[in-house]
Design a binder for this molecule. Structure first.
Ligand code: 5AD
Length: 330
C-alpha cells in the first residue's frame, strides 16, 4: 500500500468500516485468540531525558526503584502460576544491572519457568543484544517512536534516530523477534508523519507493533500539550493491521488510560495482545510514563482475571500458547 492510500484510510470520515475491515483481517491472519503477556516493570531508573516521559532522568519528583534479580525472578514465578505463557521485562534505559546479572536472570526464568521472554530495556550494543538472546530472551521491543528525524531530535534530545535504527537492525541480526512502534498524537506530529511511520513499520518487517496514544504528563516539559484522541489511535491501529496483516499488535495500557473501554475497542479494531501488569503493587506508582494508568493498586491475579473477563466479554478466547511471531511459524 502506498502513502496516499494509507493517508486516505487514516482520514476517512467515518471509520466504522475501517475498524470492521481491520477486525476481519485480524480474524483471518491471527485468529480469535488473545495473547496475555505479563509485564514486569523492574526498574524506573533512566539515563534518558525524553521530553514526553514521566520517568525521564531530570524528573526529580520520581522516586527511583530497582527490583533485585531475586524479586524479578519471584515475580516471573508468580506470573507462571497465574497462567502466563510469556513475560515482558521492561525498565528505563540505564546500566543498573550488569550484563551477567541480566543473562543469569534470563537463563533462570527460561530453565525453571519455561516462559517466553520479551525484553524492553532500550538501546544496547550488538554484543549485549547477542548475549541477551543467547541467554534465553526471545523477543525485543524498541519503539522508534516517530519516523520524523526532526521530531525525534526534539523529543529525545540525548538520542540519535540513526542509533535507534541501528539497534533495530542488530536485534534482527542476532535473531530476536522484533517489536517496534510509535506514539500517536505527539506534539508536532502530523498525519503525514503517521503514514510515514506505518511505511517504516512495513519496511522493518516487524513481528510486533507496539504503539499507543501520547498522554501528556504534567511533570514533564510537554505537560501542557494535548493528549492523543482514541479515534486517531484506533484509526492508526486499524491501518497497521490492514497493511501488515500477520503481526502481533497489543491493545496497550495507554489505550485503556485515555478511554476506560479503550482496550476492548482496540481488540475490535485489529489488536490481538494484552499486556497485564504483574509488577509488585508497591512499585507501580513509581513507574508512570504518563499519568492515569489503570490498575495501579490491583494485585497481579486481579489484573489477570480482569483481562480474561475482558477478552471473554467481547467473544474472544485467551491463547494457550506462547504467542511467538506469526512470521517465523509460517
Ligand atoms: N504517553 C504515552 N506513551 C509514552 N511512552 C513514554 N512516555 C509516554 C507518554 N507520555 C511510551 C514510549 C516508550 C514506551 C515504553 O512508553 O513510546 O517507548
Amino acid at each position: 500500500m502506498n502513502k496516499d492510500e494509507i493517508l486516505q484510510m487514516l482520514t476517512v470520515k467515518d471509520a466504522t468500516a475501517l475498524y470492521a475491515e481491520a477486525d476481519r483481517v485480524r480474524r483471518e491472519y491471527v485468529g480469535d485468540a488473545v495473547h496475555l503477556r505479563g509485564l514486569i516493570e523492574f526498574s524506573n531508573a533512566c539515563g534518558r531525558d525524553c521530553l514526553y516521559c514521566g520517568i525521564r532522568r531530570s524528573n526529580r519528583s520520581v522516586q527511583r526503584y530497582r527490583m533485585s534479580v531475586d524479586e524479578i525472578f519471584a515475580c516471573a514465578k508468580e506470573a507462571k502460576i497465574l497462567g502466563f505463557k510469556s513475560l515482558v521485562l521492561q525498565s528505563g534505559e540505564s546500566a543498573q544491572y550488569t550484563l551477567d546479572e541480566m543473562c543469569s536472570l534470563l537463563r533462570r526464568i527460561k530453565q525453571e519457568q519455561g516462559l517466553a521472554i520479551t525484553l524492553s530495556i532500550g538501546e544496547k550494543t550488538r554484543a549485549e543484544y547477542e548475549a541477551l538472546k543467547q541467554a534465553g530472551a526471545d523477543r525485543y521491543l524498541l519503539r522508534f517512536e516517530t519516523s520524523s528525524e526532526k521530531l525525534f531530535c526534539e523529543l529525545k534530545p540525548d538520542s540519535l534516530q540513526q542509533k535507534r535504527m541501528q539497534c533495530l537492525a542488530w536485534l534482527r541480526e542476532v535473531g530476536f523477534q522484533v517489536g517496534s512502534g510509535i506514539m500517536v498524537g505527539l506534539p508536532g506530529q502530523t498525519i503525514s508523519m503517521i503514514a510515514d511511520d506505518i511505511l517504516l513499520m512495513q519496511e522493518l518487517d516487524l513481528d510486533m507493533v507496539g504503539f499507543g496514544p501520547f498522554i501528556a504528563d504534567p511533570t514533564t516539559p510537554l505537560g501542557d500539550a494535548g493528549s492523543a484522541s482514541l479515534d486517531l489511535t484506533l484509526r492508526t491501529l486499524a491501518v497497521i493491521r490492514i497493511v501488515m496483516k500477520n503481526v502481533h499488535i497489543p491493545a496497550t495500557t495507554a489505550m485503556g488510560t485515555i478511554d476506560p473501554e479503550g482496550r476492548q475497542k482496540a481488540l475490535k479494531a485489529g489488536a490481538n495482545v494484552l499486556m497485564p501488569n504483574v509488577t509488585p503493587t508497591q512499585y507501580r506508582e513509581m513507574y508512570q510514563l504518563y499519568p492515569g494508568k489503570p490498575g495501579l493498586k490491583q494485585a497481579p491475579s486481579d489484573t489477570f482475571d480482569t483481562l480474561v473477563r475482558l477478552v471473554q466479554s467481547i467473544g474472544r478466547t485467551v491463547a494457550d500458547d506462547a504467542g511467538h511471531s506469526l512470521k517465523i511459524l509460517k
